[in-house]
Ligand binder design. Structure first.
Ligand code: ADP
Ligand code: MG
Length: 614
């Protein structure tokens, strides 16, 4: 970019000098114009020639080359150089803008750790995060970035995870807390055991995701690419006929006059403003969203969000905290302690929020040697052998399937029924809390014109309707298996218009198929739930459902900016094209129009990055 800038400056100085000196010797004057032209625009001509050999004939460097060389051929030397000069200034501005927006997004995403302090004996060795292994002990000092996902074994501190979530309130951590790579350790020194290698750590996943986001093109971007493909050849044909036809048909019309008009016409027709500012708008929108802790995996998803009509939610972990507390333990034939112990053991290998809470309630170390033959049946529960006894723990569907008679009273909570060696041994009632943010999310979705909000859950009817009522959801389906959820989704799909989009929001546990089936799959990042991050199109790092509303607003704003740019650029172009065909504008005005429109469109595109008030 620096080289380009110098070429423009030197070329401009030569050009101005040539005009001022105004040599009487014609051939010398012309050669000096040619020299300044080559300094300023030689690379453009070369690029046009190279592209012709590559089969890409009609691009903007081609348009600029024929327009300026044409100007030379009809003796309009200063115009030829000036057009090229302004074009290059515009290009420079453009690449500066693109570079800047990429950098500002990259700095938002500046979460890549440089090193890890690995503890070997009493020594700390600075190591490339890539080379650290699971189980290694690392030390993170105050002010350092956490290099890999790890579990704290010593020390306590405050953690700034704003780079991942946009959340500015620091998080307190202590022994046993899980820390995520990419966050910053604010004050204390912590020692932690690495739980994931670098490639699997949160930071690599997020970087991957954002770096690949712009590969998926939005419809508006595809439109522009197609548009440019037909537009440029058409413009060239019109320009050619403008140069040739009128002088042949109209008496008194000269070739030089009409060729000049045709060249001005070519200059204006350059579609750079569109080609550059539309992708830049989406880029800005994606960057702005990531500032809010919303990771969008492609421009196409950001675009689709604006057309959302129906939002379907999963319950556990999405609208509720997914942190269950044990309310009641009601054993039959065994002791309370035994019931809880056997259940916690059977659940040991499950990642379901239910299992996590049961293990927490049990509170003691679990001896893996006592567990065998584990099977998790998604949407039902788990079956496993503990001390050789067959334990089944799950909902009424599991009990029915195993033909075990169970307690059938109405219970206000999620119930885990337990059978030991096919004998019913009681149940544990657990309850989850609604997220503080959920009701606000539903209310704001309604305010943002979302027609329909639905909840799907595998949990029982009583719990489901209680939550739905509390949050003001339009519709609720309960006691669904993961496969039923897909089926219900098909049903809900038929309620939306053809243009409208359906978004599904889940936590990735037992709902990956639905996430994939929805037009827009949104996952609660759960800060680490891998399945969710992979299956989803959009990941909400803070786990707040209200971020969906923010995302929709960002989408609408981005689209508005993109459409403004399309309308503005095409509008001005058409006007100036007509004026130059009529011979009202000069080539100077034409190039000003082109560069001006491009710069305004780029500045407008930058607004997409600003999401502070959304
Ligand atoms: P949701 O749709 O609310 O996220 P899931 O589909 O994850 O719920 O689970 C549905 C139901 O299946 C749970 O409410 C629970 O009754 C039962 N279940 C699933 N996994 C387990 C487990 N590991 N232990 C006990 N019960 C389970
Ligand atoms: Mg779930």
């Amino acid at each position: 970019m620096k080289k380009r800038l110098w070429r423009i400056i030197i070329g401009a100085i030569v050009f101005v000098a040539v005009i001022i000196i105004n040599l009487d010797i014609k051939w010398l004057q012309v050669s000096l114009y040619v020299v300044s032209y080559i300094i300023v625009g030689g690379d453009v001509v070369l690029k046009a020639i190279r592209n012709i050999f590559k089969g890409k004939v009609f691009d903007e460097s081609f348009l600029m080359s024929i327009a300026t060389i044409g100007a030379f051929l009809i003796g309009e030397y200063p115009e030829g150089v000036a057009v090229m000069l302004f074009y290059q200034v515009g290009e420079l501005f453009q690449s500066y803008a693109v570079d800047k927006s990429r950098k500002s997004i990259a700095s938002l995403m500046d979460i890549r750790p440089d090193y890890a302090n690995v503890k070997k004996g009493d020594e700390l060795i600075k190591t490339d995060p890539d080379e650290v292994q699971i189980g290694d002990i690392i030390v993170i000092k105050a002010g350092e970035r956490i290099p890999l996902d790890a579990k704290v074994i010593e020390g306590s501190s405050m953690i700034d995870n704003s780079a991942l979530t946009g959340e500015s309130v620091p998080l307190e951590i202590a022994v046993d807390s899980v820390v995520l790579s990419g966050c910053i350790n604010i004050n204390g020194v912590i020692t932690a055991e690495v739980t994931k290698d670098y490639g699997e750590s949160t930071v690599s996943k997020i970087l991957d995701l954002v770096e690949n986001a712009s590969n998926k093109k939005s419809k508006s971007e595809q439109f522009i690419t197609k548009f440019a493909r037909y537009y440029t050849p058409i413009v060239v044909v019109i320009a050619a006929s403008l140069a040739i036809v009128p002088p042949l048909l109209i008496g008194g019309a000269t070739f030089s006059e009409w060729i000049y008009r045709a060249l001005a016409f070519l200059v204006v027709s350059c579609p750079c403003a569109l080609v550059i500012s539309i992708p830049l708008s989406f880029f800005g929108g994606i960057g702005g969203a990531s500032r809010k802790g919303i990771l969008v995996k492609g421009s196409n998803y950001l675009e689709a969000l604006a057309q959302t009509e129906i939002v379907v939610f999963d319950k556990t972990g999405t609208l509720t905290k997914g942190v269950f507390n044990v309310q009641e333990i009601i054993p039959t034939g065994i002791s309370k302690e035994e019931l809880l112990e056997l259940t916690a053991y059977a659940e040991n290998y499950s990642n379901h929020p239910i299992s996590t809470s049961l293990k927490r309630a049990y509170g003691k170390e679990i001896d893996n040697g006592r567990i065998s033959d584990v099977e998790e049946i998604s949407g039902l529960g788990v079956v496993a052998k503990v001390d050789g006894k067959k334990i089944m723990a799950g909902n009424i569907k599991l009990m029915n399937q195993m033909n075990i008679p169970f307690f059938k009273g109405e219970l206000a909570g999620t119930v885990v029924h337990v059978a030991v060696d096919y004998i019913y041994s009681g149940y544990i009632v657990i309850a989850d809390e609604v997220k503080v943010d959920s009701a606000k999310a539903i209310k704001e979705l309604k305010a943002a014109n979302i027609k329909h909000t639905v909840m799907l859950t595998g949990d029982n009817k009583i719990v489901a309707s209680k939550v739905a009522k509390e949050l003001g959801l339009d519709q609720v389906y309960s006691e669904l298996l993961p496969s039923d959820k897909v089926e219900k989704m098909e049903e809900i799909f038929s309620q939306k218009s053809t243009k409208g989009k359906l978004a599904f929001v889940g936590d990735g546990i037992n709902d990956a198929p639905v996430l994939a089936r929805a037009d827009i799959g949104i996952a609660m990042g759960g800060l680490g739930s891998d399945a969710a991050i992979e299956a989803a199109d959009i990941v909400i790092m803070t786990d707040e459902p209200s971020k969906i509303v923010t995302a929709i607003k960002i989408s609408k704003k981005t689209l508005k900016i993109a459409y403004q740019n399309i309308a503005f650029a095409i509008g001005i172009k058409v006007i100036v094209l007509i004026l130059s065909a009529l011979g009202i504008t000069s080539m100077w005005a034409a190039i000003f129009a082109d560069v001006g429109v491009t710069i305004i469109a780029i500045l407008n595109a930058f607004r997409a990055l600003n999401v502070r008030n959304l």
